[in-house]
Design a protein around this ligand. Structure first.
Ligand SMILES: C[S@@+](CC[C@H](N)C(=O)[O-])C[C@H]1O[C@@H](n2cnc3c(N)ncnc32)[C@H](O)[C@@H]1O
Length: 211
């Protein structure tokens, strides 16, 4: 459920997602691509849709000064609070959606989002906010499951949307996040497919252009 302030509440999904990402098999399966994405973060970092803090342990203390972690769902924030102790860098938690970030313009060197933009209600507005709070030349690091380039698979993804939006915290498996990011005015540095199948996952590294 979403409200007008941008907070959301999917307590059952939060409990299921926490349980699932805590399974040793899932945790080990995700570890490599989470580490590859998050360890590129540097300076003052904003993590949006931080969930239960699944990325906190992967920040590199040699590169990251501090992390502001935002998450709009209180049930996820409760889990994230418990993971603060695993983090090798200082992390502050705030309840906020990416569409209305409570930070001044150009205040971050880097923004991190993993498995978030499939669920965001207004992707264009969210990416506009990310662009606003990033310094010119700042990096946006994304790890997202996206629309398949295979027509049949994309058709299956489209068919799943009514179900996944209801039971998986507004997840849209069919979003073309790379296209949305480029349309929001970011410049592509690197795009890498890390998983295929019904749920292709890409790691994107983009920057807010200097001008
Ligand atoms: C699948 S979980 C991913 C959590 C975590 N980032 C991870 O990598 O495991 C999706 C997360 O996006 C958050 N989310 C949904 N809509 C959002 C929005 N509008 N702004 C920011 N986060 C949002 C959800 O609350 C949830 O924590």
């Amino acid at each position: 459920m979403h409200d007008d302030e941008g907070t959301i509440s999917y307590p059952r999904f939060a409990a299921f997602y926490t349980w699932m990402t805590d399974r040793p098999l899932v945790r080990r399966g995700q570890e490599q691509f989470r580490r590859e994405c998050v360890s590129q973060a540097e300076g003052v970092v904003l993590e949006v849709g931080a969930g239960g803090g699944q990325n906190f342990s992967f920040y590199d203390a040699q590169r990251v000064e501090r992390v502001e972690a935002c998450e709009p769902d209180e049930a996820m924030l409760n889990v994230a609070r418990r993971r603060l102790a695993d983090a090798p860098v200082p992390i502050t938690l705030t309840r906020a959606a990416v569409e209305s970030l409570p930070f001044p313009d150009a205040s971050f060197d880097c923004v991190v989002a993993t498995l978030v933009f499939c669920s965001v209600r207004d992707v264009e507005r969210g990416l506009g906010e990310v662009r606003r709070v990033l310094k010119p030349g700042g990096k946006l690091l994304l790890l997202e499951h996206v629309r398949s380039q295979n027509g049949t698979t994309a058709w299956i993804q489209d068919s799943l949307v009514p179900l996944t939006t209801r039971i998986m915290g507004n997840c849209h498996p069919n979003r073309n996040t790379q296209q949305a990011v480029l349309a929001a005015g970011f410049s592509l540095v690197q795009a890498r497919k890390v998983m295929g199948g019904l749920q292709p996952v890409v790691q994107l590294s983009v920057i807010r252009p200097l001008a």
